[in-house]
Design a protein around this ligand. Structure first.
Ligand SMILES: Cc1cc2nc3c(=O)[nH]c(=O)nc-3n(C[C@H](O)[C@H](O)[C@H](O)COP(=O)(O)O)c2cc1C
Length: 182
């Protein structure tokens, strides 16, 4: 991989931990990585795309079918990225990726991404969702894919107010993980 100034594509799902990604992106941009952000429709319910446009100085990618966007944005974005990180990875998107579903820009990019390059998944959810046997099964299927790296959630206070396993690692830890992969 290219080391510093690699292209990092950050995919954001509809999870309460989406707010933590602002800090991760700030650290990456300060460290001279090129960062682009794509969001699921649910993610933009949690945080305004404008925040990421300002932090990355790049457009934010939301829609596969926008006429103002580039042609085949899922292919262009997957070709651009050296590493894709999906954080927070929701239970919903985790399960869709496991089945090869590509019904939005984020899932289509994952499907089109070169399997020689790494994908870092950072799941985060309420402990009840995390312990759901279907989610556990889907996660173990993702774990078997060679270029997929799962950064598992921690135990502690969850942003929804509950306590348990499901908490997303802190921004600095996510940054360290990316550095270790690249
Ligand atoms: C307030 C709130 C917080 C949520 N937090 C999470 C979460 O942390 N993790 C998760 O997997 N789903 C969470 N959900 C559910 C997802 O937003 C929902 O499953 C959504 O369809 C995910 O869409 P996406 O995978 O396309 O982003 C939350 C929903 C609400 C309303």
């Amino acid at each position: 991989m290219k080391g510093k100034k690699a292209n990092i594509l950050v995919g954001i799902c509809g999870g309460i931990a989406a707010y933590k990604i602002c800090q991760v992106i700030r650290i990456l941009v300060k460290d001279d990585y090129s960062v682009k952000v794509m969001m699921t429709p649910a993610a933009s319910e949690f945080i305004q795309p404008l925040v990421f446009k300002e932090l990355t100085k790049n457009p934010v990618y939301l829609d596969m079918f926008s006429y103002s966007a580039e042609n085949t944005p899922h292919i262009k974005l997957s070709d651009w990225a050296d590493l894709v990180m999906v954080a927070p990875l929701s239970a919903n998107t985790l399960s869709k990726i496991t089945c090869g579903i590509c019904d939005n820009l984020l899932t289509a990019v994952i499907c089109a991404f070169d399997p020689k390059n790494p994908v870092l998944f950072v799941p985060s959810m309420n402990e009840k969702m995390w312990n759901n046997p279907v989610i556990k099964k889907n996660l173990s299927r993702l774990n078997k894919i060679k270029n997929y790296i799962i950064f598992e959630p921690k135990a502690g206070g969850l942003a929804c107010g509950a306590k348990g396993v499901g908490r997303m690692p802190e921004p600095e830890e996510i940054y360290q993980k990316i550095e270790a992969i690249i």
